[in-house]
Design a protein around this ligand. Structure first.
Ligand SMILES: NC(=O)c1ccc[n+]([C@@H]2O[C@H](COP(=O)([O-])OP(=O)(O)OC[C@H]3O[C@@H](n4cnc5c(N)ncnc54)[C@H](O)[C@@H]3O)[C@@H](O)[C@H]2O)c1
Length: 266
């Protein structure tokens, strides 16, 4: 898709990766709308990015908030061509037994329910128009689980699975889906995550954070070229290979002798 002049909506764009995605689409000539639960942060990024960017206060966990925000974006720009479901939260690095049910529910509500609601609201009209693109922000943890990050990893695996599944549903209608798998990137989330770490480790990690606008530029290219997977941090390749090798190694004889199996498409 040529993104110039297209309408792009980015959730959780009041800083970090969402702001980087918005900035990159604005650079490419798109009309951009930023939403965030913190309306002031969204407005600050719209002002910084300029180029006619607009901002909305919006809670991705609420269907009513989605409907209201959609009406506002359409009134300003017309139908949305590219939806970027980027809003997300993390949890402290802790053994899962120390994570509360409320924390689990909150991370699932924002990271998974929020992505479901966004896709659900826009995919029907994109199908009907025969054009559009959805970009969902997963994480490197959406392919590589991380001990002490179990609930976040689970939420991001859900985003990866949902996205790849609807990619199959939408492709015949000319609608693209991309999954962004960021590694460490500068943002309020990643900087907040370091809060309790010793200063020397903080400094070492800070030096390894990618700047968000580069992820945004990778997202723009993926939409232009209709790529499913957006890998911004290839340094995770060896770990991913080791995980996939372990999975391959578990494939052997079927549990039921002489079982034929085979995939049936429904
Ligand atoms: N920064 C990283 O290293 C990193 C790595 C992998 C994945 N990610 C993912 O990237 C995405 C963006 O994160 P970030 O690192 O830029 O962090 P961030 O905290 O800067 O951005 C997330 C934004 O989402 C907003 N938000 C939170 N709850 C919301 C809600 N209910 N409705 C609407 N907006 C809400 C926050 O206000 C915030 O501005 C997240 O999905 C995150 O999981 C980040």
């Amino acid at each position: 898709m040529d993104v110039s002049g297209k309408v792009v909506l980015v959730t959780g764009g009041g800083g970090g990766i969402g702001a980087g995605i918005t900035e990159a689409f604005a650079e490419a000539g798109a009309k951009v709308a930023i939403t965030d639960i913190n309306g002031d942060w969204a407005q600050a990024e719209a002002t910084r990015i300029g180029r006619g960017a607009i901002a909305f206060q919006h809670d991705v966990t609420s269907p009513e908030s989605w409907a209201q925000m959609k009406t506002g974006v359409e009134a300003a720009f017309g139908p949305v061509d590219v939806l970027c479901n980027n809003a997300g939260i993390s949890l402290p690095f802790k053994p899962m037994e120390d994570i509360t049910l409320d924390q689990f529910d909150r991370v699932m509500a924002i990271n998974v329910r929020g992505v479901f609601l966004g896709c659900h609201l826009f995919m029907g009209e994109m199908k009907a128009r025969g054009s559009g693109h959805i970009v969902n922000t997963s994480s490197v943890n959406g392919q590589l689980p991380h001990g002490t990050f179990a609930c976040y990893s689970a939420s991001k695996f859900a985003v990866s699975g949902l996205s790849e599944s609807i990619g199959q549903e939408l492709a015949p209608f000319g609608v693209g889906v991309s999954i962004l798998y960021p590694g460490l990137t500068r943002s309020r989330m990643s900087e907040g995550q370091m809060h309790d770490l010793p200063d020397d480790i903080k400094a070492a990690i800070a030096g390894k954070m990618m700047e968000p606008v580069w992820l945004g530029r990778a997202v723009v290219r993926a939409v232009q070229e209709n790529q499913l997977h957006i890998i911004t941090h290839p340094d995770h390749l060896d770990a991913l290979k080791a995980r996939v090798d372990a999975l391959y190694a578990a494939f052997g004889e079927p549990a039921q002798p002489d079982f034929a199996g085979g995939r049936i498409d429904v």
